[in-house]
Design a protein around this ligand. Structure first.
Ligand code: C2E
Ligand code: MG
Ligand code: MG
Ligand code: MG
Length: 284
């Protein structure tokens, strides 16, 4: 029986994998042919400040819908774009779209924008992105670029030089998805980062699991020692928000505070005087 089940699992696995590979090659085909400017769009997820009890900015997130495939998940098309050498172009399109919207926001709001490893290790792409920023009316001090540790450590010398260029302009750098993947602590202290985003995987178990709580506490200590601020991602419930708040987390992001919104909805959410403010228990 076990043997049979094993074989069955293997067949299923192979089939799923084949489907996945076929799907990705379809995505690649579509992406190569796509008019990115027309097909890509940007949504904005609120970034929440506990102290201000309000939105302090938005993270721009890419969305892609094609006639042939419908909507494709960002982690899939980003990975495909990176592999096919299309990432630079995609980032430029997305950055332009995000800035056009952000220029209309009240001036206290920050824009957080994701860069891929390809962007930060390519001086050419980075130069284009900084030109787009210059041509906009958006203040660089209101911009945060999100990068994963792997992204910064790939092609280290180029990345370091580019990170320095970014910092000199007053742009913030956030270490995204901290605590997962191949991230190692070895190099973190050398990176010129200003923010650490604690991955949502730690939040998922925070109400039931003391270890998860301790990990978050430890990362927050680390951030403090590095002179960084911490943001926790993926907060979905009031309970999680309250626990994190009691651990001293000040900046939060997640469905509980708001899902990614179309640009007009994001602006409306900020403008409406009665922003639906989730009440966090006051922590003394
Ligand atoms: P990320 O930068 O870590 O973005 C956070 C992801 O978590 C987003 O997924 C967001 O919708 C999702 N999320 C936020 N709050 C919650 C929550 O409470 N619960 C759950 N389950 N999920 C939550 P999304 O939009 O699918 O993006 C996935 C990843 O794709 C992003 O992860 C980022 O790495 C990448 N990505 C998205 N847009 C861009 C872009 O314009 N450029 C680049 N280079 N990468 C992008
Ligand atoms: Mg991000
Ligand atoms: Mg993240
Ligand atoms: Mg992520």
């Amino acid at each position: 029986h076990a043997k049979q089940a094993g074989r069955g699992t293997c067949v299923l696995f192979t089939r799923a994998l084949a489907t996945e590979i076929a799907y990705r090659s379809l995505v690649e085909q579509e992406l190569r042919a796509a008019d990115l400017d027309k097909e890509m769009s940007v949504v904005f997820q609120p970034l929440w400040s506990v102290r201000a009890n309000g939105i302090y900015g938005f993270e721009a997130l890419a969305r892609w819908t094609t006639p042939a495939l419908g909507s494709v998940r960002p982690d899939i098309f980003i990975a495909v774009a990176e592999r096919c050498g299309l990432m630079g172009g995609l980032s430029e399109v997305m950055f332009r779209k995000a800035l056009v919207e952000a220029e209309r926001w009240p001036s206290h709001l920050l824009l957080s924008f994701n860069l891929s490893a390809k962007d930060i290790s390519s001086t050419q792409t980075l130069t284009r992105l900084l030109t787009i920023l210059e041509e906009s009316r958006f203040d660089p001090h209101r911009l945060i670029l999100e990068l994963t540790e792997t992204a910064m450590l790939e092609n280290l010398n180029e990345a370091f030089r580019n990170l320095e260029r970014i910092r000199e302009l007053g742009i913030g750098i956030a270490l995204d998805d901290f605590g997962v993947g191949q991230s190692s602590l070895g190099q973190v202290h050398r990176l010129p980062i200003s923010k650490i985003k604690i991955d949502q995987s730690f939040v998922r178990e925070i109400d039931s699991n003391g270890v998860a709580r301790n990990i978050v506490r430890t990362i927050m200590d680390l951030a403090r020692n590095l002179d960084c601020t911490c943001i926790v991602e993926g907060i979905e419930t009031a309970e999680q928000a309250n626990i994190l708040s009691s651990l001293g987390c000040e900046l939060m992001q997640g469905y509980y505070f708001g899902r990614p919104l179309e640009p007009t909805a994001a602006l409306e959410r900020v403008q409406s005087s009665e922003q639906a403010k989730p009440a966090l228990k006051a922590i003394g």
